[in-house]
Design a protein around this ligand. Structure first.
Ligand SMILES: NC(=O)C1=CN([C@@H]2O[C@H](COP(=O)(O)OP(=O)(O)OC[C@H]3O[C@@H](n4cnc5c(N)ncnc54)[C@H](O)[C@@H]3O)[C@@H](O)[C@H]2O)[C@@H](O)CC1
Ligand SMILES: Nc1ncnc2c1ncn2[C@@H]1O[C@H](COP(=O)(O)OP(=O)(O)O)[C@@H](O)[C@H]1O
Ligand SMILES: [K+]
Length: 503
């Protein structure tokens, strides 16, 4: 699913109006009735609704919803916040329609003194500003938003919480953003919904299709996309009757060190559960028996060091290489990394301490093989790419790094972002807070290595890997819950995740 910047949404709107064709007031009616139905579902018994509306089309939606709720016997009060004297055309039409409904009280809110008391059992509908917001909130609107946020009422935001910019909130005043319990967004999610600092403002969110024109949605370009099962499934290569293990590639995994052999085991097991033909696990000497016992399917390559990574086998036999889980970042490992980067010609996955070594020695970035994949969590990301104060800026830095070095750069977390060399970013909807547990990143590294070895491109291997990893985590959490979930559970649910993905 595409995620458009707010500026493009008005264009998509106009195209729909012209080419469906549909009158703009009818498009508003269609959008509002979708939202109204959702509210009815969420709050089936009539309650007091206090609807705050602004001067634009977001306000117009609010007034249309007010009319629909009143017709279903909800006690509705509408507060028109006096921002300007002029309402948008469609908001004005909806105001006139609303005035015909006798049961609805309509007030003008020109100062905070006229603010109504909000009770915990009230439903507040926030239709002050939508995608047309052009600057941080101030004046009476700021006071109203503070009062809404101080109340215990249930807050539903129309399209986007008022005050939140669709993408860039780096210069916003967070005091002036509505804290919604539920945000119902028209047709597309907004980029800002995917950033952690906005979570308490957006609340739970849902996208409501409102029938915007499919042609323009197809045509319009955007760097931001949300993954879904159909898309990921379409990337899978079918297996054929006469395939053999050579068909699915031989991968090399460099991982583990003294005290961190678990990372090597987890990554190896996940790799073998993701379709690879042959896996060689390169580990320090002390891990030999551990690996042979825990993962009999893996071949083992032994380092001359007992405890860390200092060398690697002949690379010519491998289709892809992964390095990082549990390797530590001692001087000798750094030296081995220099050599590895000089020799390697296949794509590679770089995770954990592999990333940290590159963060400490940025000159190594010049030797990165084409098609490398980085899988940092936020702290590792900071060491590799740099610091930022907000997620939008960080996302721009992520895209720039991916373009500059020709790599696929993953930023792990809720809505993991995958930045590709050509500038696009894919966000992943699968995964859950149960996965915030030791070793779950090692599992992801193993999965992506497996897919690269099978011949998927770096971008596709990363997309499938990230989606599948989250899906396995979701299936695992259905069985064991968030708290008890371990990285091994994610591996155990990889078979089910594959089946579900391919269904
Ligand atoms: N694109 C779609 O899919 C549809 C959009 N609709 C609604 O239309 C909304 C967008 O409507 P508009 O473009 O009219 O925009 P808004 O309703 O967000 O309001 C924009 C108005 O507020 C003013 N304004 C912006 N920032 C301000 C600030 N900080 N302080 C004071 N005034 C400010 C602007 O000058 C403009 O007059 C969407 O969010 C959605 O609710 C629906 O009606 C129909 C379908
Ligand atoms: N709240 C969350 N929602 C979705 N996925 C999550 C969440 N928390 C963690 N994850 C996923 O779990 C993995 C954690 O990786 P990482 O931090 O590298 O773990 P480790 O270093 O212990 O292996 C990542 O893939 C991340 O996307
Ligand atoms: K709103």
């Amino acid at each position: 699913m595409k995620i458009f910047p707010a500026s493009k949404i008005a264009e998509i709107d106009s195209y729909t109006i012209e080419n469906e064709p549909i009158e703009s007031i009818d498009l508003m009616e269609r959008a509002s009735s979708k939202l109204f139905k959702k509210i009815l579902k969420k709050f089936p018994a009539p309650r007091n609704c206090k609807i705050f509306v602004g001067p634009g089309n977001n306000g117009g939606d609010g007034m249309a919803i007010a009319r629909m709720l009143a017709e279903k016997n909800y006690a509705v009060e509408v507060f028109i916040i006096k921002v300007t004297n002029q309402l948008s055309n469609d908001a004005e039409v909806n105001l006139q329609r609303l005035k015909l409904i006798k049961s609805v009280d309509i007030y003008e809110l020109a100062s905070i003194d006229a603010m109504p008391w909000l009770f915990p059992e009230d439903i507040v509908i926030d239709a002050i500003f939508g995608s047309g917001l052009s600057r941080p909130i101030e004046g009476v609107v700021l006071e109203v938003i503070k009062a809404i946020n101080a109340s215990e009422a249930s807050v539903v935001a129309v399209d986007i919480p008022s005050g939140l910019m669709g993408e860039d909130n780096s210069k916003n005043n967070y005091q002036g953003i509505v804290k919604a319990d539920l945000t119902l967004s028209f047709q597309f999610p907004k980029l800002a919904f995917l950033f952690p600092e906005n979570a308490e403002y957006v609340g739970e969110w849902e996208v409501l299709p409102i029938g915007l024109h499919p042609e323009i949605i197809k045509q319009e370009q955007t760097p931001y996309k949300m993954l879904n099962r159909e898309f990921v499934k379409s990337l899978l290569m079918p297996r054929k009757k006469f395939d053999h293990k050579g068909t699915y590639g031989h991968g090399l995994l460099i991982s583990g060190s003294y005290g961190k052999m678990g990372a090597a085991i987890l990554a190896s097991r996940a790799c073998l559960r993701s379709g690879i033909g042959l896996l060689t696990s390169h580990i320090p000497r002390l891990g030999y028996e551990i690996m042979q016992t825990a993962v009999p399917e893996a071949m083992v390559s032994i380092d001359r060091s007992d405890i860390i990574f200092t060398e690697f086998p002949d690379l010519s036999q491998f289709k892809a290489v992964a390095i990082g889980p549990g390797i530590d970042k001692k001087q000798n490992s750094y030296c081995a990394m220099i050599n590895l980067l000089k020799e390697i010609k296949t794509p590679m996955v770089i995770d954990a301490d592999g990333i940290n070594i590159l963060g400490e020695h940025p000159e190594l970035k010049a030797d990165l093989p084409l098609g490398s994949v980085f899988t940092p969590h936020p702290k590792e990301f900071e060491r590799l790419v740099g610091k930022s104060d907000d997620s939008f800026t960080r996302n721009n830095m992520q895209r720039k790094f991916a373009r500059e070095y020709g790599v696929t750069l993953v930023l792990k977390g809720a809505y993991t972002a995958i930045a590709c060399p050509e500038g696009s970013v894919y966000f992943n909807p699968t995964g859950n807070p149960g996965m915030a547990t030791a070793g779950s990143g090692d599992v992801l590294t193993g999965i992506i290595l497996s897919l690269l070895s099978q011949g998927y491109s770096s971008k596709v291997a990363t997309i499938i890997g990230v989606y599948l990893h989250g899906l396995a985590g979701d299936l695992a959490s259905e069985k064991v819950g968030y708290e008890a979930l371990t990285a091994s559970d994610i591996i155990d649910f990889l078979p089910k995740a594959w089946l579900k993905l391919k269904k």
